[in-house]
Design a protein around this ligand. Structure first.
Ligand SMILES: NC(=O)c1ccc[n+]([C@@H]2O[C@H](COP(=O)([O-])OP(=O)(O)OC[C@H]3O[C@@H](n4cnc5c(N)ncnc54)[C@H](OP(=O)(O)O)[C@@H]3O)[C@@H](O)[C@H]2O)c1
Length: 400
């Protein structure tokens, strides 16, 4: 029986994780559930799974949750505040931590799980992008098992030679072929993309996901973040990670070997497959997904990504080459710009414009400590906010 903590429990990955856990009550006990401020969503999950601990990082929301939990006589201790997810991640009864908070907000709890030597199921790619060298050092120091949950990295992990170690270039591997669906704007003209709304950006053709990652998929920044994630996770330089647009999302990524072999992992696009793989590894368990019907799929297409219509990908590749604090700066600027786009304060093409501007003005440098990362993140967010305000005011004037 493995104890599991789900951080970001109320989100898309969190809900899918609990779905898999509920299918295997003989194998998994949900010990802890954490989220930001969704009281109703977390309360329902507490009623179903009766964890020993639950947390909301928003203190006021945590107080409301605690009142409900007490009124119902549920056996759950409720924690609140920004550090509460770190407490959940390091509880003695927790064997596995699903790191599924969205964005840089997941950094500290992901690091805490790695430092505590838990099995780390990493969906929160932003934490690895921001602090790759620190997170990988924590994984190596504690002996933590790092298992990728992003479907692409999970696919790569499944195709690597047995015994491949996180952060070390695997023997005999020539390249990683990272597939991208191309997102909802894959076939749109630059003019149409310029007028895209948040609703259109969040309507992914193959996956149902949270709003931030949906916008990242539409801009191809998600693939850029995944490129950086792959370099840290598999110890590969950016030059050995190729990105292929594969609109069917059936092949989730591939590994090319020096002998010319290419191994691929195929599955229906359903996050429960990589989640179940990570939870049960090295065993396999049922995930509740549909099974692939290749006769109905018929065709698998591949094209090169277009970095003219999708400049975020080129920005991320440049940052992957630079390294140091540059990925943290890119990530912070992207988070601010995506929020502004979702709140209709920016147009879609302003997202790469904000990031480019922040990258050119933020100091960058080496990562020596977590403080370096947090400082670069805060500075980049301030710069990005400033750019969003100026750009937003200009947009308002145009529409007035
Ligand atoms: N969705 C997918 O299919 C998918 C696939 C691959 C990788 N990922 C990665 O998985 C992560 C989660 O994605 P998602 O799509 O599941 O996101 P989502 O549906 O937006 O859910 C986000 C979760 O994070 C919590 N959260 C938000 N802000 C927080 C904060 N400041 N502090 C603590 N918790 C916070 C939310 O809690 P509240 O509900 O209380 O706000 C919610 O539980 C992302 O890093 C994403 O890139 C997702």
């Amino acid at each position: 029986m493995k104890g599991i903590a789900v951080l970001g429990a109320t989100g898309s990955v969190g809900v899918n994780t609990l779905d898999v856990a509920a299918r295997h009550p003989d194998r998994y006990r949900v010990v802890a559930l954490g989220a930001h401020r969704n009281v109703d969503g977390l309360l329902k999950q507490i009623e179903q799974f009766r964890p020993s601990h639950a947390a909301l990082t928003d203190p006021a929301a945590a107080q409301i949750l605690e009142r409900h939990v007490q009124a119902q006589g549920l056996p759950t201790r409720v924690l609140g505040g920004p550090e509460s997810l770190e407490t959940l991640a390091t509880l003695p009864d927790v064997d596995q931590v699903m790191a599924a908070v969205v964005g840089g907000a997941g950094l500290r709890s992901t690091l805490a799980a790695a430092r505590a030597g838990k099995r780390l199921l990493l969906a929160n790619k932003e934490s690895l992008v921001m602090s790759g060298p620190l997170l990988m050092a924590a994984v190596h120091a504690s002996g933590c098992e790092l298992l990728p949950i992003d479907s692409e990295h999970n696919a790569i992990f499944q195709c690597l030679p047995p015994g491949a170690k996180a952060g070390h270039a695997p023997e005999g591997v020539r390249r990683i072929l990272l597939t991208a669906s191309g997102g909802p704007f894959r076939e749109w003209s630059a003019e149409a993309i310029a007028a895209a709304t948040p609703e259109q950006a969040c309507k992914h053709p193959n996956w149902v996901m949270g709003r931030k990652i949906s916008v990242d998929s539409a801009s191809l920044m998600n693939k850029g973040l995944e490129l950086i994630e792959a370099c840290f996770m598999f110890g590969m330089p950016p030059t050995r990670v190729e990105i292929l647009v594969h609109p069917q999302s059936v092949i989730h990524s591939m590994v090319e070997y020096v002998d010319g072999s290419v191994l691929a992992q195929l599955a229906c696009p359903d996050m429960r497959t990589p989640i179940a793989y990570g939870m049960a590894w090295p065993e396999r368990i049922a995930a509740g997904t549909d099974f692939l019907d290749l006769i109905r799929t018929r065709q698998l297409d591949f094209v090169a990504p277009d970095t003219t219509r999708f400049p975020c990908l080129a920005l991320a590749r440049a940052v992957a080459d630079t390294g140091g604090l540059a990925p943290a700066i890119l990530n912070a600027a992207n988070e601010v710009a995506v929020t502004a786009f979702l709140e209709r304060r920016l147009n879609f093409p302003d997202i790469p414009a904000v990031i480019e501007c922040v990258l050119s003005r933020a100091p960058g440098g080496e990562i020596r400590s977590l403080d370096d990362v947090l400082q670069a993140d805060a500075q980049a967010r301030d710069l990005a906010q400033e750019f969003c305000r100026t750009r937003g005011a200009a947009l308002k004037a145009i529409h007035a």
